[in-house]
Design a protein around this ligand. Structure first.
Ligand SMILES: Cc1ncc(COP(=O)(O)O)c(C=O)c1O
Ligand SMILES: [Zn+2]
Length: 465
């Protein structure tokens, strides 16, 4: 990380600019496209005629270096993002890196979920095990470090909750001030409480996420405030690193299929970039497929994917998985490119399917927030449609911690989450699964006989496999 050795390339028209030349909204002035960060070693970057091949980092040296850094006590080595800094040289000085030791998240075996869906090998990369409880930390450490590096005093974002929690935390660490726009009443309390606790100026707007983005765009156009939504391409540089870490955890054996929830569609784009960069550098010989799963009520990419004319039409989003309640996703074209280049599908899942999948992930002792559970619900669909075969090795990306939205979980177990009409649509087989999974608290008088009798009756019930 000697110097900032990167450029920004418009993903639509291909214009390349330096990092300093980008405007406050991170949009190409020629075509309104979003940028990707590119390096001298990136694919399709023109090198000087006598171009030094040493620009391409050596795969074995990188693997060795990344492993070595695990033994170091330096904060940037302990970070599961900056440990891979050779592939994200975006900050001019290492001392400007703002880290909460993000990344280093577990890759869990999911044997019961695998069996239930009829595949042999299933893992969950739990990005909810990050410092603020979501995958956003991996992106925020990267982009907020750039903000600090560039000398900004204020940062801002619009958020369905997790971005604001991450931004507020990293801004606080760096001694920067932060402004958060969130849709009023449409985010989980756990997330809102985090941004207040980390000292952000929190503004609840009487609109949805897409409305918050419009106000934020005005704000950063008028004031020297650094935009930290995922249109900021440095966020994606951090969010690509779980792909590296996952491969390390799998001893560089590439899985066949990665399943990611889709909201604003930056995360699927970032992971795709990570896998493609690893393939380009020879760290892996092939990349996995990436499938994106959306909630039925917030499904613009799913509609685009199934539209023969391939026209993107924003929707008015509505789902209880509030983190992905996004109708006009900024990074849809990047995500569509990833699906196109790596293969994979876009599926949608219903509220009932999300609730069941979340309970099944919880019953495996893992747990996640509703938006993350769309991955397992989507996997069931992909298997049923024959798009994932039983021998494929599949990784679900669980994006948020179960405690982010405990109201959802409590409502589910009390049987108060879904409406009667929604319950009525559940198949008999799924109803039986729900019945075995729902664990509402039992309220009893403190009478030993009553307690023992009640427990005995419950202990006789066999657990679902
Ligand atoms: C928990 C969770 N899962 C998934 C997403 C969707 O990620 P993306 O917006 O990058 O598609 C978000 C954020 O929007 C989120 O907070
Ligand atoms: Zn452009």
């Amino acid at each position: 990380m000697k110097s900032a050795t990167h450029n920004l390339r418009c993903t639509e028209c291909g214009t390349v600019i330096t990092g300093d030349e980008v405007n406050s909204i991170f949009r190409c002035p020629k075509c309104n496209g979003l940028y990707d960060v590119v390096y001298p070693w990136s694919e399709n970057v023109t090198r000087p005629a006598s171009g030094p091949e040493h620009n391409l980092p050596n795969a074995s040296a990188l693997r060795w270096l990344w492993q070595e850094r695990r033994n170091s006590t330096l904060p940037i080595d302990q970070s599961g993002v900056w440990r891979f800094r050779d592939l994200l040289p975006i900050v001019s000085k290492p001392e400007n890196v703002v880290t909460l030791r993000e990344g280093n998240t577990p890759l869990y075996e999911m044997p019961r979920c695998a069996k239930a869906v009829g595949i042999e090998w299933l893992r969950a990369k739990h990005q909810g095990m990050n410092p603020t409880g979501s995958f956003k930390d991996t992106g925020m450490t990267a982009a907020l470090s750039v903000a600090a590096d560039r000398g900004y005093e204020w940062v801002a974002c619009a958020s369905t909750g997790n971005t604001s929690a991450a931004m507020a935390a990293y801004a606080a660490r760096a001694g920067l001030r932060s402004i958060v726009f969130i849709p009023e009443g449409k985010i989980a309390w756990g997330k809102l409480s985090q941004s207040m606790d980390y000292g952000a100026l929190t503004v609840q707007l009487k609109t949805d996420f897409d409305g918050c983005v419009r106000i934020l765009t005005e704000l950063v156009s008028r004031f020297p405030i650094y935009l930290l939504n995922s249109v900021n391409p440095y966020r994606l540089e951090g969010q690509k690193t779980p792909a590296f870490e996952m491969l390390e955890q799998l001893d560089w054996q590439v899985p066949d299929h990665i399943i990611v929830p889709g909201g604003n569609l930056a995360n699927s784009s970032a992971l795709g970039k990570g896998f493609m960069e690893m393939r380009h550098l020879g760290l892996i010989s092939r990349a996995p497929k990436i499938s994106v799963i959306q909630a039925e009520g917030a499904n613009p990419l799913y509609r685009w994917f199934n539209d023969t004319n391939r026209i993107m039409r924003p929707v008015t989003a509505d789902t209880r998985a509030t983190a992905i309640r996004i109708g006009n996703p900024a990074s849809w074209r990047k995500a569509a490119n990833v699906i196109d280049k790596l293969g994979g599908w876009c599926e949608q899942v219903s509220e009932q399917e999300i609730a069941l999948a979340k309970a099944q992930i919880g019953a495996e002792g893992v747990g996640c927030e509703p938006a993350s559970a769309v991955t397992y619900a989507g996997l069931k669909k992909l298997v049923a449609l024959g798009k994932v075969s039983p021998e494929e090795r599949v990784v679900l990306i669980l994006t948020g911690h179960t405690l982010k939205d405990s109201n959802y979980t409590i409502d589910y177990h009390r049987g108060e989450l879904l409406t009667e009409a929604e319950e009525a649509q559940i198949s008999a087989a799924d109803k039986a699964l729900h019945a075995g999974l729902r664990k509402p608290p039992i309220v009893l008088e403190p009478n030993p006989d009553v307690v023992m009798q009640t427990l005995e009756s419950h202990m006789k019930v066999t657990q679902p496999a």
